[in-house]
Ligand binder design. Structure first.
Ligand SMILES: Nc1ncnc2c1ncn2[C@@H]1O[C@H](COP(=O)(O)OP(=O)(O)OP(=O)(O)O)[C@@H](O)[C@H]1O
Ligand SMILES: [Mn+2]
Length: 423
């Protein structure tokens, strides 16, 4: 082979290698798939504060999972308040009317709580009228003896699960009653007594109905039904008697005294816009510049009760004798699978708690709440809710403990616990 041939062949080989390199380069660049862009999923990340509270929940000491024997004396007192024999109706309503006390909204000691519930449940209805205040259908009864009562009728079966927003659906009558017992057990005595009552529709309501109430009744295939008078009341959203001709609901003692109504600083927007408290974890500073520590501690006590029942609809609060009174507790017990932690925002944003409240919370651990609510309700023959809801309340109680532990971890007990008289 001549030198020319060898040179030519080498050139050819070189060209071949160069072409190969070029093709490999092309393959590895031009045909490389474009980087995969993740779709933008609109979901709220778990806020760090909630993640931290969950860590405390996982490390909660065993005492919070177990019963506390120190609760027994309080449980005994509750039993003697609620397990009482019949009293004369006149004396019950008189004690209610004359009640002027700085310790509780209504009498409860020595059987008084049981007497009031029984009177609420059994007193004859003298007059039935619409109660037009508010968004939900409810009636106002005047009982024999002149006692006024709110009646929130049953809209769901107790096993129905309410989905959607935290404030979705109609009021739950059993939530009103459940909250009364819960608050009393948690030593929150500024609550209106409430009991489940079955009423014969024709005999007890229709025959004592005002002309105004009769105007909000319609006859349909289920007989005479009520649609009532309220902001959301609609002719086609009626409450009808059941197959026995009864209507069931919560009979709630009416507080016929002047009280003040305030907007809650932690109220929701009821639309897709976020409220200031939802965006600003320093929001409590702002509230502290407007409200006293005592009022904030009071709002925190209410938030704990609301969290346990999952009432996310406390848009306003009523104040009587400088204390928040628990009225309108019908938006609890909606979904036992849900623990909307932001109902506890007043607690985890302010990180303060009344010492008394903490001491009571520590007493009711490990199932005592469930046990005591069931027991007290049994004195009126009530079956208030499903075991799923009871389990949910106990689970949420653990989250309340964890939130307090989170606050202690962040600020120390001395800053968290407050001793202020009169709450
Ligand atoms: N037990 C009670 N005694 C006296 N007033 C009460 C009682 N419960 C509620 N109220 C008052 O009656 C009004 C309506 O009651 P409630 O809040 O239970 O109704 P609602 O239909 O749930 O209203 P909203 O939809 O605004 O929450 C409120 O202004 C409240 O202050
Ligand atoms: Mn309401």
């Amino acid at each position: 082979m001549s030198m020319n041939c060898i040179f030519g062949f080498s050139l050819f080989l070189l060209l071949l290698v160069a072409l190969n390199v070029y093709f490999f380069y092309i393959l590895s660049t031009e045909h490389k798939p474009a980087p995969f862009k993740l779709p933008i999923v609109k979901s709220d990340p778990i806020p760090p504060i909630i993640r931290e509270i969950n860590e405390y929940l996982n490390r909660l000491p065993s005492q919070y999972h177990n019963k506390n024997s120190k609760f027994l004396p309080s449980q005994r007192d509750l039993i003697s308040s609620f397990n009482s024999s019949t009293a004369s109706l006149d004396s019950v309503w008189q004690s209610v009317e004359n009640w002027a006390d700085e310790e509780s909204l209504f009498p409860y000691k020595n059987g008084a709580a049981g007497h009031i519930l029984q009177a609420l449940r059994t007193s004859q209805i003298a007059l039935a009228d619409n109660a037009p205040k508010g968004t939900q259908l409810k009636l106002l009864f005047l009982l024999k003896g002149k006692q006024k009562v709110y009646f929130k009728p049953k809209r769901y079966n107790i096993s129905d699960v309410i989905r959607g927003s935290i404030y979705a659906g109609y009021d739950r009558y059993n939530s009103e009653v459940f909250t009364y017992y819960l608050a009393m057990i948690l030593n929150y005595k500024w609550v209106a007594p409430s009991v489940i009552r079955r009423i014969r529709f024709n005999k007890e309501i229709l025959s004592h109905a005002t002309a105004g109430l009769k105007k909000t009744m319609v006859k349909n295939d289920k007989g005479v039904c009520v649609y009532g008078k309220c902001y959301y009341c609609k002719v086609n959203e009626t409450v009808c008697p059941d197959n026995n001709g009864d209507i069931e609901g919560a009979a709630i003692l009416y507080l016929d005294k002047p009280f003040k109504v305030n907007k809650s600083p932690w109220r929701r927007s009821y639309n897709s816009l976020k409220m200031e408290w939802e965006n600003d974890n320093d929001y409590c500073k702002k509230v502290s510049s407007l409200l006293s520590t005592k009022r904030i501690l009071n709002l925190i006590d209410i938030a704990i009760i609301d969290f346990l029942i999952q009432n996310g609809d406390r848009h306003r609060y009523e104040v009587y004798k400088n204390k928040i009174i628990l009225l309108d507790n019908g938006k609890g017990l909606g979904n036992p699978m849900l623990d909307e932690l932001d109902i506890l925002a007043p607690l985890y944003q302010c990180c303060i708690l009344s010492t008394k409240t903490w001491q009571t919370l520590e007493l009711v651990s490990g199932g005592s709440l469930t046990e005591t609510i069931k027991l007290l309700a049994s004195f009126q023959g009530e079956h208030l809710t499903t075991d799923d809801h009871y389990r949910a309340v106990e689970r949420r109680l653990l989250k309340v403990y964890a939130t307090v532990k989170y606050c202690i971890g962040k600020h120390g007990s001395a800053k968290v616990f407050k001793n202020i008289d009169g709450i």
